[in-house]
Design a protein around this ligand. Structure first.
Ligand SMILES: C[S@@+](CC[C@H](N)C(=O)[O-])C[C@H]1O[C@@H](n2cnc3c(N)ncnc32)[C@H](O)[C@@H]1O
Length: 290
């Protein structure tokens, strides 16, 4: 059977994706090719020739991607820290910028032994599971309100436990519930949250509008309905000296720190940019008692 150069097939895929307006055509073309060939993206150069059926399958997936189907729905996975999680319809696709929240949290906890970590609005479970993987000594708790997302989180948690990670306490719950995780009140070292934060009615790309669950993206007219609940909940859960790290919309670089500063019990409020320099997440510490 005749073989074709993979390099040419990837270049053609990139061209089609660019013309379709896909934001990162080179990366997507290579990741789709790696998925079809069954190798890591960095190993594509080790596969010079592929069969016609591989090229046809790559072009089929490129057509899907050109229609706005998220790359991660096509490949079936998304990465965070050292782990990958399964994703698909019914759950939010983890975004690269959330890696910054993970990195900040891990750095903050580096001197804390056996930390207690809470991930609110866990979606696929990605943050909770990345913390559990990076900190095997931690007790990690995660909360999600959408049963469909929680089912993805359970599947991901089971897979990582199967691979040797410590189990995470995954719960169905609402961050607006004043009794949520009440047994942990005043004991938590780190609360992280990537909540829904886009103001209702904001135009979003088709792959967000049609493939991320609405309740995972939008949160009230100003986008801050869930964030207000998260701040209340975090203040209750954190021990003195414990930290909150909260992702937000790039239009909330002042509003979220202001909300945190309005809480007397929070101190050292800071806002942090993403890799594109846009305001992306806020952090604060719960005041020590002394
Ligand atoms: C932006 S997604 C983030 C998911 C995950 N943390 C990540 O970074 O990929 C927000 C998640 O919060 C969940 N959510 C929305 N409102 C909630 C609430 N009131 N209580 C708990 N979870 C909520 C949504 O179902 C969605 O899974």
């Amino acid at each position: 059977m005749s073989k074709q150069p993979l390099r040419l097939a990837v270049a053609e895929a990139e061209r089609i994706l660019r013309e379709a307006g896909v934001a990162s055509p080179r990366a997507d073309a290579e990741l789709l090719a790696a998925h079809v060939v069954g190798v890591e993206r960095t190993k594509l150069t080790m596969v010079p020739l592929v069969s016609v059926s591989v090229v046809e399958e790559l072009h089929r997936l490129v057509r899907e991607r050109s229609k706005g189907i998220p790359l991660q729905h096509i490949t079936g996975w998304a990465a965070m820290g050292a782990i990958t999680v399964s994703v698909g319809p019914g759950v939010f696709v983890p975004r690269p910028e959330t890696e910054l929240l993970l990195a900040w949290g891990l750095a903050h906890l580096r001197r804390t032994r056996q930390p207690t970590i809470v991930d609110l609005c866990t979606g696929s479970g990605v943050l909770a599971l990345a913390f559990a993987n990076a900190r095997p000594d931690a007790s990690v708790h995660a909360v999600e309100r959408d049963p469909s997302a929680l089912a993805w989180a359970r599947r991901n948690a089971n897979a990582l436990v199967g691979a040797g990670d410590r189990p995470v306490d995954l719960r169905f719950g609402d961050v607006g519930d004043p009794e949520l995780l009440a047994e942990l009140d005043g004991t938590v070292d780190l609360v992280v949250c990537n909540p829904p934060y886009v103001p209702e009615g904001t135009p979003v790309p088709v792959e967000v509008a049609e493939h991320d669950p609405h309740a995972a993206v939008f949160s009230g007219l100003d986008g801050m309905d869930t964030i207000r609940h998260v701040v209340h909940c975090a203040v209750r859960l954190l021990r003195p000296g414990g930290a909150l790290a909260l992702e937000h919309d790039d239009t909330h670089g002042e509003a979220v720190p202001e909300l945190l500063r309005a809480r007397q019990v929070l101190t050292e409020v800071a806002d942090h940019p993403d890799l594109a320099g846009r305001p992306r997440f806020a952090t604060a510490l719960r005041r020590s008692l002394s």
